[in-house]
Design a protein around this ligand. Sequence first.
Ligand SMILES: [Zn+2]
Ligand SMILES: [Zn+2]
Ligand SMILES: [Zn+2]
Length: 146
Amino acid sequence: METETEIFKKYLNKKNLKFTHERQSILKEIFLTHNHFDIESLYERLKTKGKNISRATIYRTIPLLIESNLINKAIRYKDRIYYEHIYGHKSHSHFICINCGKIIEFENDEKDKIIKRIKRKYNFKIVESKLIIRGYCKNCLKKEKK
Ligand SMILES: [Zn+2]
Ligand SMILES: [Zn+2]
Ligand SMILES: [Zn+2]
């Protein structure tokens, strides 16, 4: 299996873009932990590591990583978009608690089956298909009852 670095390099090469230090640091940070992150939290994480990468650079790099199929928009929460790395992972869906923002990932084999069936039936090219469940997590429910 190719590494995320190889894939990103290839993609940038095709687009005549350079694999800059900034892009390298952003990619590395994203694949370091399995987190759902927004631009701001990624910016802060890089900053605490002494990487001085502007928000603008991060904003410009994210679409490139999406186009390389390395990351994905996972979820929208309180007007922020949360991304996650998807390369090397099975597809999954998300439950999000609208009170505390807790995200739970779950497998979605059933959803994949439905999509396959629809694709066959309608000859449709699917660009996006997300199953997002919003609600209240166990802890938030407990607090409410008190
Ligand atoms: Zn991961
Ligand atoms: Zn909660
Ligand atoms: Zn996820």
